[in-house]
Write a protein that binds this ligand. Sequence first.
Ligand code: SAH
Length: 354
Amino acid sequence: MENTKKELLSLTKEELEELLLSIGEPRYRAGQIFPQLHKGLSPEEMTNIGKTTRAKLAEVATYYLPRVKRKLVSAIDGTVKYLFELSDGHAVESVVMHYDHGTTICISSQVGCAMGCKFCASTIGGKVRNLTPAELLGQVIAAAKDSGERIDGIVMMGIGEPLDNFDNVLRFLTLVNAEGGVNIGYRHISLSTCGLVPQIDKLATYKLPITLSISLHAADDETRDTIMPVNRAYPVAELLSACLRYYKTTGRRISFEYTLIAGKNDSREQAAKLALVLNRALRTRTETMPIHVNLIPVNEVEETGFKRAGAQAIKQFAATLEKNGIRATVRRRLGSDINASCGQLRREDLKQNS
Ligand code: SAH
């Protein structure tokens, strides 16, 4: 009956109540157990829960926290990168970053990724599987437990495409926001997508006040097709229409990510085109969405051959956007000495073990 056991960290407090009732325990036990699970304690470690209750719980449910397989700490800025091992031996990465406004964790949403973006290390071996809600939440809990730090915000920008794991990600958002648990406000959560239009529309219907980020990386289909296969299914115009619908439905502005690759998408003309396309799509007669573009010099991944845009090109790109009414910032590179960008540690680990 092993495979019918529930993962305790995937359950809402109400579902935990139901589970406890089903094994003859009082409902109020959930109030004792739920907060401890979310602090990183397994039922066996809960001193205020009786032995028989713990044994009954172990018969119907499992508790697994991602195990720290490797941990790298940046000597430059204290950024911590974890390679977490999951219960089936697969590994994903999470990164803890320190900002003036608090501590943010970047988590993975899948083991590998099916999206195939040409510059990205996470997608090289394809997608292995989705992470469960417990594994999504487990990264946050395990990192907080290991570091002893309070986590203030979450970005879903690690390995994987979160909207390709829609239901589990949605459940995770509810769980991480839950009172008595980690309790992180939706406004402190960002979700990044390469642009799966139907799922963006679906997400909008939940009206969660999270921040949606779109990985755009090119404003014309010709360029975007060559670096992001998803563009052939959902080209730029369709994607930006979905962004406007999302904004209208949720009232939440969207931020755009633009990875600068030398000679590929970093010219002055491409910056002007980006500004034009964004302004046209998102600043209509009836709606004017504030637009912000994050410029990210590409992290060079051995297998891809792409090179970072030069400092001058980056400056010029940002200036061209600003001149055309688009706010742009160049992302600070945290943890540059530990290869903190996602997917690279897992790849290294896979190579070593193959
Ligand atoms: N699948 C989601 C989230 C994970 S990737 C998405 O595509 O948004 C998080 C961000 O890192 C995305 O903007 C992605 O395009 C970017 N990224 C991936 N590889 C990169 C690299 N080598 N250098 C810089 N940014 C990269």
